[in-house]
Design a protein around this ligand. Sequence first.
Ligand code: PMP
Length: 352
Amino acid sequence: MSKFFSDKYAYLTPYTPGEQPKVMNVTKLNTNECPFPPSDKAKAYAAAHTRELNLYPELQCIDLRTKIAALHGIDADEVILGNGSDELLYFAFMAFCDDAKPAAFADITYGFYPVFAEVNRVPYVEIPLRPDFSLAPEDYYALGKTIFIANPNAPTGMALSRAEVESIVRANPDSVVVIDEAYVDFGGESCIPLIKQYDNLLIVQTFSKSRSMAGARLGFAAGSAALIQDLNTMKFSFNPYNINSMTMAMGLGVLEDEETTRANCRTIMENRAYTVEKLEALGFTVLPSKTNFIFARTDKLGGKALYLALKERGVLIRHFDKPALSAFNRITIGTRAQMDVLLDNIRDILEG
Ligand code: PMP
């Protein structure tokens, strides 16, 4: 910390992202990226827009918002774009939480939520999951707090049904309920269809996972026009040009190639089933995943020991030091070849 760093942030512990190694000869299964490159159309659209980079990007992002809205049967003024969904989650903590309206989220969930609360000086409560890592909807009824739920959850991979989410939204008519659907395309049920019915529901999605655009940074939120307007107040008070022209064009391209996205998601789900079957045969316990990752443990070796042994062999997975999670590892589902490298190395480690 420099001597100039403001006291008002001296207390902050920033979020720790997964490792992003420079060397490419690792099997990278640690940050839930898509193993497939962006579609050809997406790349071509982005490339075509390099011509216009002398100009600022279009502020309202109207074409892409209209396209996203059409895909989900909602209106363009019910959509806002973010520089990754992280930015929109940050805006939601800014816009909808304060001392009178603290935040509430699960004690085991996306590690950025407490950081967003801390940086905004928002009080928060962490609600324990059940012992089997499932989330009990009734724990969230009539809370009087702004609720953040990753659905499917991370790092567990487990999902609530739309009806369960709706029960939480209905039981909190005076609070915003934010549903973070970063991983919904791998078997979850989106709650976007509910936004017309509930003015307190905000859905956040990302192009980083199912749409292979983690490096381009694009997310969107869907909610009532009034909620979206509040988020726009944050955007226009912070960084009006939050989506660059290439990313915007790429987003349009990828949405014109939905078959590729669907096919990629199907492949990931098949590779997930394959990996779970092989790991269970090796004695692992794997939580039921609706995401592009699995959360797995074995009694034969501690979570950290397995993570370190794999890392030494060039296979990166994600380990969390938190006591409730430390027996587990989170493993991103990649190509079949990547999963075979993982499985071969795990067999070697367990036999050695
Ligand atoms: N929500 C969850 C639950 C996540 O795991 C992630 C990815 N780390 C994000 C949101 C943010 O994704 P992005 O900013 O790339 O859209």
